[in-house]
Design a protein around this ligand. Sequence first.
Ligand code: ADP
Ligand code: ZN
Length: 213
Amino acid sequence: MKLILLGAPGAGKGTVAKLLTKMDGSVQISTGDILRAAVAAGSDLGKQAKAAMDAGDLVSDDLIMGIMGERLKEDDCKNGYLLDGFPRTIPQAEALKVLLADMGEELDAVVNIDVPRDVILDRLTTRRTCSDCGEIYNVKSNPPKEEGKCDKCGGPVVQRDDETVEVISNRLEVYNEMTAPLAGFYDKEGMLLTVEATSSDAVIDAIKAKLAS
Ligand code: ADP
Ligand code: ZN
């Protein structure tokens, strides 16, 4: 399947994407993960992206389209992909449309995961992430077996630099302003599936039903 996962920070895009990859071998492509890896590696890309990321602002559309133009042409995309955190602006969505048309590809759906703001805030402040493999934990509902240590790879499980209360509220504001309009964009294209859900299983069920119809 080829899907875009839309939703505010903390809506569960990453978790849903990870569950979906197990269903049919499609690959999760998270621009946030790609950028964090670049920052950790200290590459040019990372250097260009870091300040915006730390402030909870968006990285430039050109930088993102450069990354995604390459990424979508890689071999592992043949079995489908779940775009997690991309596109995030109308210009990115327009550019993606051109890119896919050039590649002769079509998306199955755009899934908008709609979660109440209080749930989002609670999730983001309690979320922890493995800095080595990106596995996501939650101090309340899903802590690693050993505190601060990833169950999967043993890497350090930490709070992201952009998960302080101030940066989180900026990320939510940026989302409402820049990314929320994408729901209308894809609705017009006839591709939007909005799922109001607080559990990832409910989101998966809605996606399965949509793809089967
Ligand atoms: P979230 O949990 O907020 O969805 P991500 O992990 O997707 O966060 O992204 C982290 C940061 O990386 C964003 O706050 C932003 O600075 C940058 N970023 C990721 N994807 C994009 C994108 N498509 N366009 C612009 N900036 C992006
Ligand atoms: Zn890990």
